[in-house]
Design a protein around this ligand. Sequence first.
Ligand code: CP
Length: 312
Amino acid sequence: MRSVIDITDLSKEELASLMETANDIMKDPGKYAHACAGRKLATLFFEPSTRTRMSFEAAMYELGGSVISMTDGATSSAAKGESVSDTAKIVSCYADIIAMRHPKEGAALVAANAASVPVINAGDGGHCHPTQTLADLLTISREKGRLCDLTVGLCGDLKFGRTVHSLINALSRYENIRLVLISPEELRLPDYVYNDVIVKNGMKCVQTPDLMWALPQLDVLYMTRVQRERFFNEEEYLRLKDSYILTKEKLNHARPDMIVMHPLPRVNEISVSVDDDPRACYFRQALYGKYMREALILMLLSECEKNDAKTY
Ligand code: CP
């Protein structure tokens, strides 16, 4: 029985296969409409979410399965002190697969070690967010037609932005990716990602605080929100929150075929005037996430079936 806690839990071949399945679901959803009949997904969200939880739930319904949901840790027995491990053991009795978001780094791994069904990490603190990366990879592949030979700018809160950490890990597997890391000094990528992923894999990379310098070079611009909930100091957040605001005027300096991505939610970092630009693909990105989550649920449940791995 296998869980997905980090994007590196999936091989490059599996990523390709998940994208193929997601594309096929988009083409012919009827073929998959009963694929998970009789199966249940539990969504355990100890942190707020719109896209991840709802797209997981929509994904399971579109596969013919059903969903049980905990939308807020405060209304579960976690509020009485129940541990993540015990919660995962109990929910394994009620569901065939779990998607969990938690504010603590490593919580999804703790849940996976205790659960008897697959656990999918739907975001653990500032650590990683592998299913957002699945959405991101499908977006780049569909919008740019390739996952190699790209200059990718990652802009904003690279310190706490878990989607960035997972995406860099995934991109390290593809040929000729050049990263441009755009952030204020205080929000630079953590050393554990910079050293263990970028340096270790010999990725081409530059770091700069200057979005306007970077913009004309990019094939992909991945904007991120400054993660208020991860700051210890509100004043520091207020000082940094509007470090980058992408406007229609700034976009005039970008290549005509550059794409603008954002895991969302956005706050101020992309002006709404950018939404109508054909290069803006963040809303499609959120849609692609649903199909990639369908593909992942299918893959993990079919592995369970093959291994007959569910134990009580
Ligand atoms: N991208 C993302 O994780 O969005 P939510 O926080 O709304 O799930």
